[in-house]
Design a protein around this ligand. Sequence first.
Ligand code: SAH
Length: 341
Amino acid sequence: MKKQNFYGFTIEKLKSFLEENNYKGFNADQIFKWVYEKKVTNPEEMTNISKPLRKFISDIFEFENLELVTRQIADDSTQKFLFKLIDEHVIETVLMRYDYGLSLCITSQVGCSMGCTFCASGLITKHRNLNIYELVNQIISVQNIIEEKITHIVVMGTGEPFDNYDNVMDFIRIINYKHGLQIGARHISVSTCGIVPKIYDYAREPIKTNLAISLHASNNELRSRIMKINKVYPLEDLIKAVKDYTEISGRRVTFEYILLKGINDDIKYANELSDLIRGINAYVNLIPYNPVNEFVYKKTDPIKAQKFYKQLEKRGINATLRRELGTDIDAACGQLRLKNN
Ligand code: SAH
């Protein structure tokens, strides 16, 4: 029988799997503690569990990490890891160092089919969803390489997490679990281009992780032009869903807004954006565009970006103007692409 990768199991799934095989459910917590807390993956060393169960674990599970292809380190210390999956697809995971901790940007799909016109990920159409262990293993593999603990997770790498909803939610359960990776819900963020029905599902998830919405435009005409998803879920539906999300979950939402030179960076759009999101428990993250060779879009000049930001503030909208990381290694936001594939 083909061994299963341990990192694909939530605690609930492991419990029922053990019970189906006539072991005790509570053994699941013991095994989680060994693997995630003590980093012991050799069942022989799991001294507080029975010999037959140790044998069962080594017969059934493997604890392989992802295969590292390359690791690049940028001048600002951002690191990009290229991992090869068992079917030869290559994915990228990006590590950013902040004063508050180490944040890992997770890839959720091989390629992406959302078709945002400015995003490099869309240059490769979606091949498949990442499975649960490939999601969890991006963290485990990077932690093993750097020998430090990841404290923050952003699901903002290649792919649309809400197009791989169930696996991403199981991933969150594993990394947030008290005997799993113990990453706090408030340290986990998921970003979506706006798949409305999933925003409602996400609002009702018991683990209250953060939500970021890739907005990037303040009216339907412009948004549909740059983001295909807007034709399926136009702004009225998206904004209503976000409002409902904040009410159901009691959480604040982040709107991501890339500043694209001459496209969406005029002051009139700052005004339109303020009107669109007024009254929602939200803040706007203004992102400098990282130019992608294949596209014509350019980055807004810093002075103009500053003006846009000031206008939002003047209109009573909380906003931040984000700094760029990792541009010299193509690890910047939205630049993840599978060059080596
Ligand atoms: N599919 C999800 C998550 C991945 S993209 C989403 O759309 O939110 C993560 C963020 O990077 C999104 O806000 C996306 O619009 C943005 N992005 C894409 N390409 C970019 C680029 N070249 N420069 C800056 N941000 C970019």
